[in-house]
Design a protein around this ligand. Structure first.
Ligand code: OXD
Ligand code: MN
Length: 588
């Protein structure tokens, strides 16, 4: 399939290391993938679902100890610890390679070594990057074939270049004590051991498209961000593109696939999805910031997804999808998860394959981080720019988190540097997407805490530098919070499709069509500028959503100060300055 000497040499070395029974190159053909699906069904890795109701769909159950990302086992392995910075786990490359090779040695015995050439980004785009992943897991191959562009066309694009990312994945025996996701940004290499959970094992996604790409972007004047990309088509037909960063499992897929409320549809609004998780951003020929989605599919959270929360995602999952850790309905061999509807099956298997009755069982049937892997082209609202090699021009960047208090529904930063400050102090309650306690408020700068492949202080500086590089054509930066609650813990904002009402305000601000209330934290909407027509929201509820409480913000400042201490003197002066200005505005 290729004569690339660098690639062939590496494959030979890896073959000698892992000693498989045979080697299969993934050419991306449907015949080959269908054979692999059959292999996976025979081995029990996949369960074939009802092909009339869910054509091309399969169920995958992970090992129960392996159902989410493990941040404690994720390492950045650079020569100096400083390069990884204070927010990443670091290991000496030499030590990490030794651990890796000891565990990998002979671990494919009796197995097939699959070689997956893949591309992140559209074929022919200057944004795109090539990787090659070696794996012993058929499910990983099938997931990669959905999430990336794979096969011969990638090798053709690679030619004889040595500019590609080496990725070795070994399932070993899924021992959580020996689970490692190692990144070697200086060597363009990723090694993942003892996990088959997609977030740890699909090496194109978090590992290449965020961790290694963010490292590269800093050196090459571009950015890799944990952001969805969407286009809002206005009644006049113009489409405004927006990127938004939220921590894992905070509704990025829902926002990316939003369907406008009836009233907005009637006016002629449409929302187009370009991507739901990752954006690569570069300065375009016109001087603006342009974004592409490097992925080719969606790896969405199933739990909570419903016809109400995300009808487009429900549509996305109806064909050619791999479901992970959901309930299997034994009556008609389909799937179910908590939050899908109020009609759980009573004759079913839970995500661990134990008999489960949705009417009487006390325990959840699906894992809270249950997932679907689906081709992007299944999305009814997929943007026609999805495959565009140039991507789309970005007018606004949104940061957001899950905060019960303090943060208003939406506010706009005063300028780029203040926007970078707002992103750098983002915090959110933790979710089931990573192992560990759920619901703890933690700082998650730009939603990149688990994904930034280098020193976070340098990353902040890179954001500040990009602002200078783009100058007055830079997008405006906003912060949103869909999750604010009243004193009884009830959500104040309906969320989901009604979030378009907030996007409308954001677009009006970008187009200078509306004024705003200047508060100590930024520009907050006047209540009369958020359209609540048709919503069951009182004026006092809206006021609460837009309130900036000085006392709570003074507490927030203390949290920010202790978070910033982590970075010591390396914290960019601009951010220290923004913090001082915030304190002044709060009249400390
Ligand atoms: C994801 C995550 O799977 O952020 O996208 O964990
Ligand atoms: Mn994500």
């Amino acid at each position: 399939m290729t004569n690339n000497i660098y690639l062939l040499k590496w494959i030979r070395e890896m073959e000698e290391l892992v000693t498989p029974e045979k080697v299969i190159w993934i050419n991306g053909s449907e015949i080959q993938l269908e054979n692999l699906r059959q292999t996976a069904c025979r081995s029990g890795d996949l369960v074939k679902l009802n092909q009339e109701k869910l054509p091309g769909c399969y169920l995958h159950r992970t090992n129960p100890n392996d159902a989410a990302r493990v941040e404690s086992s994720t390492f950045i392995c650079t020569k100096s610890k400083e390069e990884a910075g204070p927010t990443n786990n670091w290991m000496q490359p030499k030590e990490a390679y030794k651990i890796s090779y000891d565990l990998a040695k002979g671990s494919y015995k009796g197995k097939v070594m699959y070689v997956i050439p893949y591309m992140m980004g559209p074929v022919g785009s200057r944004f795109s990057k090539i990787g090659v992943e070696i794996t012993d897991s058929v499910t990983v191959v099938l997931n990669m074939a959905i999430m990336t562009r794979t096969g011969q066309k990638v090798l053709d694009a690679l030619g004889d270049s040595n500019d590609w990312v080496r990725g070795l994945h070994c399932s070993c025996n899924l021992d959580p004590e020996k689970r490692y996701v190692f990144h070697f940004p200086e060597d363009n290499t990723i090694i993942s051991l003892n996990s088959n959970y997609e977030g740890n094992a699909l090496l194109g996604k978090k590992c290449l498209a965020l961790r290694l790409a963010s490292y590269k972007g800093e050196k090459e004047n571009w950015m890799a961000e944990h952001m969805l990309i969407l286009g809002v088509q206005k009644p006049d037909g113009e489409i405004i593109y927006i990127c938004a960063a939220f921590p894992s499992a905070c509704g990025k897929t829902n926002l990316a696939m939003l369907i406008p409320p009836e009233m907005y549809k009637e006016k002629g609004y449409k929302v187009w999805c370009v991507g739901d998780d990752i954006a690569w951003l570069r300065k375009g020929k016109d001087g603006r910031l342009w974004a592409v989605n490097p992925e080719n599919g969606f790896f969405g959270v199933a739990s909570g997804t419903s016809e109400k929360s995300n009808p487009n995602a429900m549509q996305v999952t109806k064909k050619n999808t791999i479901f992970t850790n959901v309930v299997q309905n034994l009556d008609d061999n389909t799937v179910w998860w908590e939050g899908m509807d109020k009609n759980p099956p009573s004759h079913a298997l839970d995500w661990k394959a134990n008999p489960w009755d949705g009417k009487t069982s006390k325990q959840n049937g699906a894992h809270p981080n249950s997932r679907f892997t689906s081709p992007a082209k299944n999305c009814p609202s997929l943007s026609e720019k999805f495959d565009d090699p140039d991507g789309v021009p970005i007018s606004a960047i949104i940061f957001g988190g899950r905060r019960a208090q303090t943060t208003p529904l939406v506010y706009e930063s005063f300028d780029w540097n203040h926007g970078v400050f707002v992103g750098s102090v983002m915090s959110s309650e933790t979710t089931a997407a990573a192992t560990g306690k759920i619901g703890i408020v933690r700082h998650d700068p730009m939603a990149m805490l688990p994904f930034c492949g280098y020193n976070m202080s340098k990353y902040f500086q890179h954001w500040l530098d990009m602002g200078k590089f783009i100058g007055n054509k830079a997008p405006k930066i906003f912060n949103v919070n869909w999750f604010r609650t009243d004193d009884n813990g009830n959500f104040l904002w309906p969320g989901f499709s009604d979030n378009l009402r907030v996007l409308e305000w954001i677009i009006n601000r970008c187009e200078d069509k509306t004024s705003a209330n200047k508060t100590p934290i930024g520009y907050v909407p006047f209540a009369s500028d958020i359209n609540i027509q048709g919503l069951d929201i009182s004026n006092s509820q809206l006021d609460s959503l837009l309130t900036v409480d000085n006392d709570l913000w003074k507490k927030e400042v203390q949290n920010i100060e202790s978070f910033y201490e982590k970075f010591g003197d390396e914290l960019p002066a601009e951010l220290k300055n923004e913090l001082s200005k915030l304190k002044e505005r709060l009249q400390y």
